[in-house]
Design a protein. Structure first.
Length: 451
């Protein structure tokens, strides 16, 4: 990087950053305490408290949120009369899925081919380290010119809304002039990007029942209603022939007019197998940023190994529905539930349960904070201009904060570029991205303080 003092400081801190991320990734902080011990999440939370304390943060607290998890809060006072910036990340992670499919153990940070591999390395424990690097670089070069609040969530991946509910009950806690959400990512590694939109999400569990108990398929099959077959019919009704999402009454024709996602690049990023078609219609950007998308996350049914010749009496599935800005997640959930009931065949009994929900988000990219970030990113990424893109994923807290603080500017940056493979096996972070984005955040805070 250039001979910028902030950049030089961040570069000198990268070995420490790797060591800290190694420690943080080692915590198996999946906020599903049926799968992983609560002590793993508590350990990660306490690690962050200690890190913030060593940087001079005050009012440190482990916030007990309504979903039974903890978020970490801290406050670092700046000069008198300075603006206040809230920095966000989360320390909880997705389960590693098939641990045997990982090249190296998921909860060990391992360097390979210029990247650091480990669950949460990019999403979003790397975001915690990014915030620490930015603040340390400023402290070493004249001081932090703003008041800083840090909030690190403990259950973002679960979608259970703990921090959203806590913020609504304590609206004064997270007030700020600008909020930097460190849980997004560049459109492409090396291309500085702010995320302008996020899709909202709803999670619904579906149960279909047809019989009092399983039946012998030879004796009863052909007339006895099969609950698994009924569920498959329901799930199939949620997609058109081309794979487009089709929920009765839910619009799905919106278009994205910003940065485009080339189809071949998407195929490579998604690792689509040769000869397999993409689903849906319109541009790729339309499909992943501007339109609803349904995904069947799981089905409870007998595994192939050990299956018996039986007609199934009951079956259930977990369905995710992503909705774009402009679509109310609550109304979308109602439409999804009504669609499921309307498309359940043979008079089968069907019930739905809402597991989680979050609204979509759209940022005001014309705000002064975005101008400060554009200037910072141009320095951190020489020769590149900041781009604005959408993100198909959901960060429910964003919409809650936008509702609580309508005058506050919200920026989304982060380490989850396509090569990071977040939520998949072999998640990784680019140390170059971590370094450059830490520089960008530090310079943004300095620019914003002077704006």
């Amino acid at each position: 990087m250039s001979s910028n003092p902030v950049a030089e400081t961040v570069a000198s801190l990268m070995p420490r950053a790797k060591a800290e991320l190694t420690e943080l990734v080692a915590f198996k902080s999946v906020a599903d305490f049926d799968q992983y011990p609560r002590s793993e999440s508590e350990g990660a939370a306490n690690w962050i408290v200690d890190a913030l304390r060593s940087e001079g943060f005050q009012d440190l607290a482990l916030l007990d949120t309504p979903d039974g998890t903890q978020s970490v809060y801290g406050y670092l006072p700046g000069p008198e009369g300075a603006k206040t910036v809230l920095l966000y990340a989360h320390y909880d992670v997705q389960p590693p899925l098939d641990e045997a499919a990982w090249t190296t153990p998921p909860f060990e940070l391992v360097e390979r081919d210029g990247r650091w591999y480990g669950r949460g390395s990019a999403d979003c424990k790397g975001g915690v380290v990014m915030h620490l690097l930015a603040l340390r670089a400023l402290k070493a070069n004249g001081g932090v010119p703003v008041h800083v609040k840090v909030i690190v969530e403990g259950s973002e991946e679960q979608g259970t809304g703990g921090l959203e509910r806590y913020a609504e009950e304590h609206p004064e806690l997270l007030t700020a002039d600008t909020i930097v959400i460190g849980d997004a990512g560049n459109f492409r590694a090396g291309l500085p990007t702010v995320t302008a939109t996020l899709r909202g999400m709803t999670l619904v569990r579906v149960q279909v029942d047809t019989l009092e108990g399983n039946l012998h398929s030879g004796q009863f099959g052909g007339a006895a209603p099969d609950a698994l077959a009924a569920l498959i019919r329901v799930l199939d009704s949620l997609r058109a022939k081309d794979g487009s999402t089709t929920v009765d009454g839910l619009a799905g024709e919106a278009a994205w007019d910003g940065l485009q996602y080339e189809e071949q690049a998407f195929r490579e990023d998604a690792k689509v197998l040769d000869g397999v078609e993409l689903i849906g219609s319109g541009t790729v950007a339309d499909r992943v940023w501007a339109r609803p998308a349904v995904t069947v996350l799981g089905i409870d049914c007998p595994p192939v190994v050990g299956a018996t010749p039986s007609v199934q009496a009951g079956a259930r599935a977990l369905i995710s529905l992503r909705v774009p800005p402009g679509v109310d997640a609550v109304e979308a959930t109602k439409l999804l539930e009504a669609h499921i009931e309307a498309h359940t065949p043979w008079g089968a009994r069907v019930s739905t349960e809402r597991i989680g929900q979050g609204q979509a988000f759209r940022a005001d990219t014309s705000s002064p904070a975005y101008a400060s970030m554009a200037e910072a990113m141009a320095v951190a990424y020489p020769g590149q201009e900041m781009q604005s893109a959408g993100m198909g994923g959901s960060i429910p807290l964003c919409n809650t904060l936008a509702s609580l603080y309508p005058e506050t500017e919200i920026l989304l940056i982060g380490l989850s570029e396509p090569e990071a493979q977040i939520h998949a096996v072999n998640e990784s972070v680019s140390p170059d991205e971590l370094e450059r984005l830490s520089v960008a955040e530090a310079l943004f805070l300095r620019n914003y303080a002077a704006s």
